[in-house]
Design a protein around this ligand. Structure first.
Ligand SMILES: Cc1cc2nc3c(=O)[nH]c(=O)nc-3n(C[C@H](O)[C@H](O)[C@H](O)COP(=O)(O)O)c2cc1C
Length: 266
């Protein structure tokens, strides 16, 4: 169905302009698209054809942004560059394990020699506020349970965490950088663009997983890309065709959005 045949623009009965309307079948298709997307954590090595990646990036252009500033940029890696980046991220991850396990000597070496210490633009390690932490723990526990990794199985947990730094085997990886002078709005705009990109990917049969963990280390991308001044790393994103590993059967819960109570004036 061509998109042009579905758009009807004109004044509504109330006199205002209508947003472009889609026939019911496309509303359903959109709901399915939004609901079927999930974080893919195992990818086939098959590359995404250039024209498919281009089409996805074209769709992402249409995301709204604060005053149309589009205050973000992407660094995109495939092939050998992506392989070098994977190696650099795995090395950074492995070097940081002692700190992650809070081993006193590793923490001291991290603090004083910077060994294994994150060089993030923004802190990615740290305790979340309690109510938000509950949600994060819930999805983490659910994922590890799904994978049969026990709470005390440190090696199993580390191996699964390391998979993040291997980009879950994805053939294409993006890094999202935002202009520091327009924060927090630049990060918000990048999120809008990223969701447009992920949904377009989904529509093209391409899976995705945001990889916030990649924002823990900045030096690997500085070695590979000419990143403009003032742009700060907020997240990575893996793209590719979903693999057959059991991890891809995991689905997170999606509870209703928090809506604050209205004040009672009467
Ligand atoms: C900015 C951002 C960063 C994320 N970072 C990671 C990550 O580093 N590793 C990971 O496995 N999932 C990551 N996720 C995926 C979330 O865990 C996931 O979106 C959430 O649990 C809901 O699940 P769903 O995407 O399958 O609907 C990230 C998501 C976002 C939006």
């Amino acid at each position: 169905m061509g998109i042009t045949t579905t758009v009807s623009l004109g004044p509504t009965a109330c006199g205002g302009w209508e947003v472009p309307r889609l026939p019911d079948v496309m509303e359903e298709a959109f709901s399915r698209l939004a609901r079927d997307r999930y974080s893919v954590r195992d990818f086939l090595p098959d590359p995404i054809p250039a024209e498919v990646l281009d089409a996805i990036l074209e769709d992402a252009r249409y995301a709204p942004s604060w005053s149309n500033t589009r205050p973000y940029c992407l660094a995109i890696a495939t092939g050998e560059r992506k392989d070098r980046l994977r190696k650099a991220y795995v090395q950074a991850f492995d070097t940081s394990l002692g700190i992650q396990h809070r081993k006193p000597l590793a923490v001291l070496a991290g603090l004083f020699l910077r060994k294994g210490w994150p060089d993030a633009d923004f802190k990615t390690w740290g305790r979340y506020p309690d109510r938000l932490r509950e949600r994060s723990v819930k999805v983490g526990v659910g994922l590890y349970r799904h994978l049969g990794i026990a709470r005390g199985d440190r090696a199993g947990r580390d191996a699964q965490a390391r998979r993040n730094c291997e980009f879950f085997g994805a053939p294409t990886v993006l890094w999202v950088l935002v202009h520091e002078k327009l924060l927090p709005f630049s990060a918000h705009d990048a999120g809008l663009m990223l969701q447009t990109l992920m949904l377009s990917a989904q529509a093209h049969g391409v899976g995705s997983c945001a990889l916030g963990v990649l924002a823990t280390w900045r030096h690997p991308i500085d070695a590979e890309f000419e990143i403009p001044q003032h742009y700060k790393l907020v997240t990575g994103l893996a793209l590719g065709y979903p693999g057959t590993a059991v991890v891809n059967e995991f689905r997170a819960e999606h509870p209703p959005i928090d809506v604050v109570p209205a004040r009672d004036h009467g």
